[in-house]
Design a binder for this molecule. Structure first.
Ligand code: E4P
Length: 214
């Protein structure tokens, strides 16, 4: 399973990139709105830092407008992936993007049937939202298992991005259940590095070393 970072903050992206574990970036309108910058300028900055897939979401709701908007976004850099919401119009747009060789990420996936439809429309990625399903009392991780099993059974190449990740356990479980990618908030990325026994172990090694070399 690969790691993407789920943010539009350029400092977070640069820091995550420097860790050497990053394969891509996902953004959404809410994340971009927090930044108070021009969307296209920010995408230009991000694609200079990260060579993997950078998801940029369309705001339009009609297929034709999504296609126009997505084509403009795709001109920014070859690694832009057009993020499209899981609606009939969204999937019409995905079909057109896929015929034109433009990568797509179908977002706001909350059921296996939605993922299957998106895949059949030609989506490069589907993004099931774990945390938001958990929020309404469902088990978001079960959705990853279902989609992974269906894609595997039917030889579907669309990749699963585990999204709306809230904590490290989501990441471990998403990997175990067959997600190809986890897109993680910056805070969760740092949490993945941490273990109290690692910190204690380093402290003890250094203390022993210093005692022996007084
Ligand atoms: C995915 O691409 C979305 O940007 C994101 O994971 C949504 O997460 P949230 O539910 O924490 O807003």
């Amino acid at each position: 399973m690969l790691f993407f970072i789920d943010t539009a903050n350029i400092d977070e992206i640069k820091e995550a990139q420097s860790l050497g574990v990053l394969s891509g970036v996902t953004t959404n309108p809410s994340l971009v709105a927090k930044e108070n910058v021009s969307f296209h300028d920010r995408l230009r900055e991000i694609t200079k830092v990260v060579s993997g897939s950078v998801s940029a979401e369309v705001i339009s709701t009609k297929a034709e407008e999504m296609v126009e908007e997505g084509k403009e976004l795709a001109k920014i850099a070859p690694n832009i992936t057009i993020k499209v919401p899981m609606t009939p119009d969204g999937l019409k747009a995905v079909k057109i993007f896929s015929e034109q060789g433009i990568q797509t990420n179908v977002t706001l996936i909350f059921s296996a049937n939605q993922a299957l439809l998106a895949a059949r429309a030609g989506a490069t990625y589907v993004s099931p939202f774990l945390g938001r399903l958990d929020d309404i009392g469902h088990n978001g991780l079960d959705l990853i298992s279902e989609i992974a099993q269906i894609f595997d059974l039917h030889g579907i190449e669309t990749e699963i991005i585990a999204a709306s990740i809230r904590h490290p356990q989501h990441v471990t479980e998403a990997a175990l259940r067959g997600a190809h990618i986890a897109t993680v908030p910056y805070k969760v990325l740092w949490q993945l590095f941490k273990h109290p026994l690692t910190d204690q172990g380093i402290e003890k090694f250094l203390a022993d070393w210093n005692n022996a070399n007084k």
